[in-house]
Design a protein around this ligand. Structure first.
Ligand code: NOJ
Length: 540
């Protein structure tokens, strides 16, 4: 079994994690100084989102240099210190690879703009003549995932394709130069000691030959994503096999995992489970983010269906579970209450496979309101100010104190990367570390128990103690047993047939009844006094 099959991986969004130099923006040295928070939490790995040079048209996912470090975040030496510290703390570190597009400030795109139509420089991107009598219409009907057409016209009349913001031109993955340059990017970060990669927009690198129209309803039904001519093309898979071979063979520097243990996880917005499973066949990626779980409603039937479907899809790797990310609404807000988010955490962390946590989730942060004049997300402009975008889950973490900037930076609160709300004093790491009933304490206890009781087979379905129509979910994975009451009435958990003794609950219990929106963990081990530390968790 490989470490990533059961890993708890913590997503670190560097500009909002911790600031070391007082400029109001989180940075690599700040992250290094605070990595012990992630180790104490009990995570196994860290995924750090893009820290590369970027004009920040899309929070750093518009990269101008794939092997550099953004000056506001530090230097290459700061990255080396971050990875060394992570490894010292026993944490693996994975970085983002963003191969679908570059920044429009990337030298390749600047060269392409300066070059003539049909040139090799333009051939690295998707430049096309327009339709209409004078080429005034976009080459096809593709829509950007951020709204509006996926095409922008340049001065000489050609159009270029961008599935995201216009500042993120899509690369042409049939261009040999692009292909070999990205292999070099992989090798570069492997040489610096990374333990793997999260591959951004892994479903979109190739577009169907001839760039045919996509038709109506684009981006409206995720279950149809794999049918779009710009997604899920067959040519992705030989490319991922090529990358896997690089990961499997490129020498590992001291401190990083051996080559065959390196992780490649796909950010693939393909919702059809059979299509998604193709990304994690042996010899390709190890894992793909399970967005169906992230988007599932707080409903026992829907969650049961997503869990069963996720675990039954064929594929070589292990299933992932996530409740949040820098792209999603915070679970407290999305699910409707702090209690539900806490129960969802125990549900997720009891499932077999890997869990991805996003910074601030362990603090139970709600989605923050970001005023119009501080919004950074391109969705705001692209949607004509109808979609406020994702900034509400990207505000800087509160570490200590009663008012902004809550120990995040030495800068004045109005200079932070995004503004933090008032009233977050009770959410700070410091306040929660001292409170045994806090969400931080719950996550710490859950991760300790989970680590002490790994799933015997992280790819196997759980043992179900509840039936598909029940208002609760009850299941076991190895010795760890979980009951979640998703109904509207209290549940006498002792009648659900679950074995074991209670060790951790997401909220106060009432005798042997579990209130609605509450989860309970039990341990089904023969020796209650055994070394597994059954008092790690707190029973209310
Ligand atoms: C997915 C990233 O998570 C998101 O933040 C970004 O906007 C898009 N990919 C485009 O790179």
């Amino acid at each position: 079994m490989s470490w990533w099959q059961e890993t708890v991986c913590y997503e670190l969004y560097p500009r909002a994690f911790a600031d070391s130099d007082g400029d109001g923006t989180g940075d690599l040295a700040g992250a290094t100084a605070r990595l012990d928070h992630i180790a104490e939490l009990g995570a196994d790995a860290v995924w750090i989102t893009p820290f590369y040079p970027s004009p920040l048209a899309d929070g750093g996912y518009d990269i101008a240099d794939h092997t550099g470090v953004a000056p506001d975040l530090g230097t290459t030496e700061d990255f080396d210190r971050l990875i060394a510290r992570a490894h010292d703390l026993g944490l693996k570190l994975i970085v983002d690879l963003v191969p679908n597009h570059t920044s429009d400030r990337h030298p390749w795109f600047q060269d392409a703009l300066a070059a003539a139509p049909g040139s090799a420089a333009r051939g690295r991107y998707l430049f096309r003549p327009g339709r209409g009598a004078s080429g005034e219409l976009p080459p096809n009907d593709w829509q950007s995932a951020f709204g509006g057409p996926a095409w922008t016209r340049v001065a000489d009349g050609e159009w270029y394709c961008h599935l995201h913001a216009p500042e993120q031109p899509d690369l042409n993955w049939r261009d040999g130069h692009v292909r070999s340059a990205f292999t070099d990017v992989l090798r570069y970060w492997l040489d610096r000691g990374v333990d793997g990669f999260r591959v951004d927009v892994a479903h979109a690198l190739f577009k169907a030959e001839g760039l045919p129209d996509a038709g109506p309803g684009q981006h409206q039904d995720p279950l149809r994503n794999h049918l779009m001519p710009y997604y899920d093309q067959e040519e992705l898979h030989p490319l991922y096999r090529e990358w896997r071979a690089v990961l499997d063979t490129h020498p590992a520097p001291p401190g990083s995992v051996p080559p065959q243990d390196r992780l490649m996880v796909a950010e693939s917005a393909v919702f059809d489970p059979a299509r998604l499973a193709r990304y994690i066949r042996p010899g390709e990626m190890n894992q793909a983010f399970n967005f169906a779980f992230l988007e599932a409603a707080w409903d026992p039937q829907e969650l049961r269906r997503v869990i069963d479907t996720s675990l039954s899809a064929p594929g070589g790797g292990s299933v992932t579970w996530l409740l949040s990310s820098h792209d999603a609404v915070r679970p407290v807000t999305r699910l409707g209450s702090a209690g539900r988010a806490r129960a969802a955490a125990l549900l997720m962390l009891a499932l077999p496979g890997s869990a991805y946590l996003y910074q601030g989730e362990e603090l139970g942060l709600p989605q923050a309101f970001v005023p119009d004049d501080r919004i950074r997300d391109p969705l705001w402009e692209r949607s004509g100010h109808t979609d406020r975008g994702r900034d509400g889950s990207r505000v800087p973490l509160p570490w200590s104190g009663d008012h902004p900037p809550y120990g995040f930076t030495a800068a004045a609160p109005e200079r932070t990367w995004l503004p933090q709300p008032d009233g977050w004093g009770p959410y700070t790491v410091l306040a929660q570390a001292q409170d045994p009933d806090s969400t931080l304490a719950l996550y710490r206890a859950a991760l300790r128990l989970r680590r002490a009781h790994p799933a015997p087979d992280p790819t196997a379905a759980p043992r179900w103690y509840s039936a598909p129509g029940d208002p609760h979910l009850a299941f076991g994975r190895g010795a760890l047993v979980c009951v979640v009451n998703l109904g509207t009435r209290p549940l006498t958990w002792s009648t659900t047939g679950v074995p074991g003794r209670p060790v951790l609950a997401s909220g106060p219990l009432d005798g042997d009844t579990l209130p609605p929106d509450t989860a309970l963990w039990l341990l089904d081990t023969p020796d209650p006094q055994g070394p597994e530390g059954e008092h790690d968790g707190r029973i209310h």
